[in-house]
Design a protein. Sequence first.
Length: 325
Amino acid sequence: MKFRRIGFIVGAWLMSFAAPHQAQAQENFPSRPIRIVIPYSPGSVTDVFARIIGQNMQEQWKGSIVVESKSGANGSIAAQEVACAAPDGYTWLLVTTFFSASPALNAALRWDPVRDFIPIGQVCRAPNFFVVPTALPVKNVAEFVALAKAKPGELNYSHPGKGSTGHLGFELFKRLAGIEVTAIGYRGYPQMVPDITSGLISSTFLSANQAVAQVQSGAIRVIGAISDGRSKYFPEAPTLAEQGFAGAQATPWFGVVVPKGTPQPVVDQISKTLETALAAPEVKEKLDVAGCEARSAPLQVFADVIKADVAVWAKVVREAGITAD
């Protein structure tokens, strides 16, 4: 009985000693470099966005933020690493569509976007556009649908990888339009874009920064905006909703999450600093040049976005008959 009491006293003493130190560590956050892990290669849009926000946030903190690429398995390698990282606020993950789509696409997934992470905040939204090669005789979505119905299975569309917005978003559109269009998967946009401009591919979804040069050269035509409103990048392009397909909205978003268990004061501090960064004119301008509109959605708002997308993409995968890996 005496030994139990001694053990209890020692345990209580250790807890009382650790608590102030933990609180002090949280108050002094960050006291060492922070890692932003990106799920794709250096030079990708996720890399660019991470560096834009990271530069501003480290200036606010007068600290150091390092961007680290962990590409592979459509984002799962990076997500798994961050899910297993110490929940202390020093390891972040920059996420996009793959994050909410992965549970439906990978039967053996070892991480879960809701269970294993805490959302910090959304960074921006990158409007996508429905484009076709100028050689294809269609000027709007209705004409594309009519052509696809006249030639079932003859038209195709390209996407940069399984689970991307270009993949799941187009599958969503196909089901709403009631058309057969063959999916052609690529390993990324650099390999895909030349084939759409040459006419080998009939259609695809591209972001503004991927489309603008090709539109200006006359190689492709924008026939619709895949978003909830017209975009400043191509303001003359009507949304799919304006063209009769209100349910076909698929705007990629980018945001920051940290491992589950990260102390709430640290979560709140990171979120507040991110919000300050997104309000800075120079950050907005840099994101805008990169084709992404700064769009704040802090904490619970971002959590709701993720949960909603998990449900949407699970439904698309199920109804389109896309097989899980």
